[in-house]
Design a protein around this ligand. Structure first.
Ligand code: MG
Length: 417
């Protein structure tokens, strides 16, 4: 091979938890080449399966990569996609995602260009973003939205607790629930949370009526259902929330409820966002091909990395569907940088989530994180993905077993997280 085709010499995985918090484990992939000092970082984090992904890479995929030309990203993607024969799913595709990002990082460093330049160059200079707020009461949520609006945010995601319930998705738990969670975390077992979809479904229309009355149209609003309702409740919500002019309603239904997506589309103009639960590029493809959703919210750490994301974006572009890549704190800054490079380069960008709530400890391990500026996200652009990892610091903050809650109905029936 010539000097232009570096060969892969090592594929290493480090699982680190810089803040030692629940949902804070990151599975990082480092691919080393035979060119002096040329290596790349990727993020294979799949929170809930971190150690399984690490084993998938080290034991089941890395042997097929060693000695191969690092520049053949598309070929290697498909090689490791077909390699296990029983393919797809969160563990396999998160592993592929981390490897894919590391290969793009290498290609960018080798070219001396940021990855977004390899994807066609920047279509924009900064990315619209939103922050999430929540509260136990309507007034608590309102106060936090107003704070963010004053800080320059044009879009805010709002979540509110259901008064009858101790916990909910992305809302503050009651004091007794928080005590139970802490006790379960200390034993490394999942806490139990109780959820009922009907009181939640009834609460949301008056919640948005209250916010619109207080805020007018001064801020755009997002809400995440997180698939916690039945199909008929989802249809009802989509109709009931239509008057409140949402930016989008997120994860209203489970992916398999395709028939109900079609009904929602016929009966409500509410914009829909979907994608973070998908674990390969073409999962849920009917949603894009039939234009049943408006925003593609895939997680670049779970759908096959940058290689998959740019294809999904191209499919969406033809239908006017916009991107809104998943950007929570439980994927590492490496994925946030990958999100940024794709978001900067695709024409059909919608919004970029960067809602991490990390503290300074994250920067002990990662050389950079995205920043907020006037309701937008900015990233420093250097060669490759533009982010490095301090391996010694990462090793000083090892994996911690902190499991998501098991969510059950009042009668014990398991329910969507
Ligand atoms: Mg979500």
């Amino acid at each position: 091979m010539t000097a232009n085709s570096p060969l892969i010499t090592d594929v290493d995985v480090i699982v680190t938890n810089p803040m030692q918090v629940p949902l804070g484990n990151f599975a990082l992939v480092r691919i080393t080449t035979d060119q002096d000092g040329l290596y790349g970082w990727g993020d294979a984090t799949c929170s809930g399966s971190e150690m399984a992904v690490a084993a998938m890479i080290e034991e089941h995929l890395a042997p097929a990569l060693i000695g191969q030309p690092a520049g053949r990203i598309e070929q290697l993607w498909h090689t490791i996609f077909h390699l296990p024969y029983y393919r797809s799913g969160s563990v396999h595709l998160s592993a592929i995602s981390g490897i894919d990002m590391a290969l793009w990082d290498i290609k960018g460093k080798q070219a001396g260009l940021p990855v977004c330049e390899l994807l066609g160059g920047r279509v924009r200079d900064r990315m619209l973003t939103y922050r999430s707020v929540s509260g136990r009461t309507f007034d608590e949520v309102l106060e936090r939205v107003q704070e963010l609006r004053q800080a320059g945010y044009q879009v805010v995601k709002v979540q509110v607790a259901v008064p009858e319930l101790e916990a909910g998705y992305a809302v503050p738990a009651s004091d007794s629930q928080m005590e139970a969670n802490a006790e379960a975390f200390s034993r490394g077992v999942p806490p139990d949370e109780t959820w009922e979809p009907e009181p939640y479904t009834r609460l949301l229309p008056p919640f948005f009526e209250f916010l619109r009355k207080e805020l007018g149209d001064s801020v755009q609003l997002i809400h995440d259902v997180h698939e916690r309702v039945t199909p008929s409740q989802g249809l009802r919500l989509a109709c009931d929330l239509a008057p409140f002019n949402l930016f989008y309603l997120e994860d209203l239904l489970r992916p398999e409820h395709l028939d109900t997506f079609r009904l929602v589309r016929q009966q409500s103009p509410v914009p829909l966002a979907m994608g973070e639960v998908f674990c390969d590029p073409w999962q849920g493809q009917e949603l894009w091909f039939e234009h049943l959703v408006d925003y593609a919210r895939h997680d670049l750490a779970h759908i096959g990395g940058i290689t998959a994301a740019r294809k999904i974006a191209a499919v969406c572009e033809a239908r006017g569907i916009l991107t809104a890549w998943h950007g929570p704190g439980n994927i590492s800054p490496v994925t946030h940088m990958a999100n940024a490079h794709v978001s900067l380069a695709v024409p059909n960008f919608g919004i970029q989530e960067f809602d991490a709530n990390w503290d300074d400890r994250i920067e002990e391990v990662f050389s950079t994180v995205p920043a907020y500026a006037d309701g937008h996200v900015t990233v420093p652009l250097s060669t490759g993905l533009g982010i490095d990892v301090d391996i010694d610091a990462a090793r000083q903050h090892p994996y911690v077993r902190r499991m998501r809650p098991t969510v059950r109905r009042g009668d014990g029936t398991p329910w969507a997280y």
